[in-house]
Design a protein around this ligand. Structure first.
Ligand SMILES: Cc1cc2nc3c(=O)[nH]c(=O)nc-3n(C[C@H](O)[C@H](O)[C@H](O)COP(=O)(O)OP(=O)(O)OC[C@H]3O[C@@H](n4cnc5c(N)ncnc54)[C@H](O)[C@@H]3O)c2cc1C
Ligand code: SF4
Length: 324
């Protein structure tokens, strides 16, 4: 029996949803189930826009209109979108949100008398559009030749699929790839992410994550979602989904959740403990000339990634030594 505050590893029994989703498809299964039960009358969805070269949010009123888009790693100003389209929302409303967006969105909806279910997505950082543009440059694809981009899906951990105008797909894996280097370079991270709280109290009903270092890449290929069940009503919904065989789960501990995210938690904690250093790093990474030179050649980009990654590792080790 799932209870509030439980940590579970779960997946959708709908193989198509599980295959298209980011990890185990629990987020998308919840959208489908809550619409089917009449518990929600609208939800957020994301549609790819060719002109934008990215995703736009959309309010949908049925499960058929919802797209299993997988995680989207470019910036989306979801708060502003919801504020501008609040009149289109039919209560109760289901919304996915990153940790920094959960409480502001929940409060805005409450003010308008809209009941909401918030599904929180664990978040290491959000990237600017420039990250995707740089990826295209590095894999030798012109923007004009792109028909659509998916960042995740196609099994676990999946990866990027850049669909070209002729229907072919350029694949970039999620791990050990240029996309991972782009993420780790921190050259494209949104400014607010440098000061992100590693652990936040939020008003979400459930928090979802990839089970990094719990499931082994290569061994687990279909995907499971690591979930922190945060409300009693969400525990009840999930128990119903288990009884009706929509999802499968096993219980885990909070320590597993924290362990799987420990790298990101350590980095965020370090940043907040060393605000002057963080401000300096942010200004170096944002410097026009530094960026121009590092992004002008593959060699310099690699040097930057090496220095940045190993520099941070050394600093963390020093910090640990000092603490002990
Ligand atoms: C920017 C970002 C960073 C992340 N960082 C981490 C991390 O460091 N560690 C970790 O374990 N997990 C991270 N995740 C969460 C993880 O990628 C999955 O979202 C989670 O495993 C849920 O998978 P699922 O298969 O259950 O959900 P799915 O069934 O794939 O449903 C997820 C739904 O969320 C919505 N969505 C996608 N992107 C966004 C977005 N940017 N903003 C709002 N809604 C969105 C879409 O509607 C999508 O269909 C991150 C996600 C994002 C978007
Ligand atoms: S890293 Fe933090 S501040 Fe940045 S998008 Fe994610 S939750 Fe928000």
């Amino acid at each position: 029996m799932i209870q509030c505050n439980d940590i579970i590893l779960a997946y959708s029994n709908d193989t198509e949803v599980r295959q298209r989703a980011t990890s185990g498809g629990i987020g998308s299964s919840l959208v489908n189930r809550l619409f089917a039960q009449g518990r929600i009358n609208s939800a957020i969805s994301f549609e790819y826009d060719k002109k934008l070269l990215g995703y736009r949010p959309r309010i949908v009123a049925s499960a058929e209109d919802y797209t299993v888009s997988g995680s989207i790693y470019h910036e989306i100003n979801l708060y502003a979108y919801i504020r501008e389209h609040i009149g289109e929302i039919k209560s109760p409303f289901l919304c996915f949100a990153l940790p920094c967006q959960v409480n502001p969105i929940k409060k805005m909806l409450e003010k308008q008398g809209i009941e909401s279910y918030i599904i929180e997505l664990t978040c290491s950082s959000q990237q600017s559009f420039e990250a995707t543009e740089y990826l295209l440059k590095r894999v030798g694809v012109s923007k004009e030749n792109v028909s659509s981009i998916r960042y995740r899906g196609d099994g676990w951990p999946g990866g990027i699929c850049i669909t070209l105008k002729d229907g072919s797909c350029v694949r970039v894996p999620n791990n050990n790839s240029i996309w991972m280097q782009i993420f780790q370079s921190h050259l494209f991270v949104m400014p607010r992410c440098f000061y992100c709280q590693p652990v936040r109290e939020t008003m979400s009903d459930i928090k979802l994550a990839d089970p990094w270092e719990i499931d082994i890449i290569g061994k687990e290929t279909q995907g499971r979602s690591l979930c922190h069940v945060k409300s009693g009503r969400m525990a009840e919904i999930l128990n119903g989904m288990v009884d009706e065989e929509f999802i499968t789960y096993e219980k885990r501990q909070m320590a597993d959740f924290l362990y799987s995210q420990r790298g990101v938690i350590a980095r965020k904690t370090y940043n907040l403990h060393h605000l002057r250093f963080t401000k300096w790093i942010k200004s170096v990474l944002g410097n026009k000339w530094y960026r121009k030179s590092v992004l002008s050649s593959t060699f310099l980009f690699r040097v930057h990634c090496f220095l940045y990654t190993y520099g941070y590792r050394c600093l963390h080790k020093l910090e640990n030594l000092r603490e002990h």
